[in-house]
Design a protein around this ligand. Structure first.
Ligand SMILES: [Zn+2]
Length: 160
């Protein structure tokens, strides 16, 4: 595995063990050339997934990209990385089993929203507000209404 910092091909595995849910192997690696440390995951891939955009354009499903957009929603939220990893695994498995390999951005977005809803309310609202691109405050209020617990009203987003 090439070092992401200096591109050396000599990186070594320091530690290798299954994640808590045993769906993947986590490997800590170190690069003897630059001392850089990084982690890789080995996972089962049941199917090659292709994302079909609204325009009809087809792009390979990019798990890292999905993971990054979820990380943005979860920024500074107290959610353990293992739970996030498990949620993403769940999303990917659902996509793999619900399709012949072609999935839409909408399908992915809905699954992420479902997953985040169970993980963290704030992250859910953050992701949904970007993903759904709220047209009006009423729609936003509706979404908040679907959450289990009421939270203090936040003054941003002028109502009425
Ligand atoms: Zn290196």
């Amino acid at each position: 595995m090439r070092c992401p910092y200096c591109s050396s091909l000599e990186t070594q595995v320091k530690d290798s063990r299954p994640t808590d849910d045993s769906t993947s192997i986590r490997r800590r690696r170190v690069c003897p050339d630059c001392g850089g440390r990084f982690t890789t995951f080995e996972r089962v891939q049941l199917k090659e997934l292709t994302v079909v955009k609204r325009s009809g354009r087809r792009v390979p499903f990019d798990r890292d990209k999905l993971s990054r957009s979820i990380d943005v929603a979860l920024r500074k939220r107290p959610v353990p990385p293992e739970r996030v990893e498990r949620m993403i695994n769940g999303i990917v498995r659902q996509l793999e089993s619900a399709s012949d390999g072609d999935v839409t951005s909408e399908q992915i977005g809905e699954l992420v929203m479902e997953g985040l809803k169970g993980l963290d309310d704030i992250a859910y609202v953050r992701f949904a507000s970007v993903y759904r691109n709220f047209r009006d405050a009423a729609e936003f209020g509706q979404l908040i209404g679907t959450l289990g617990e009421a939270r203090p009203a936040e003054p941003e987003r002028g109502g009425t």
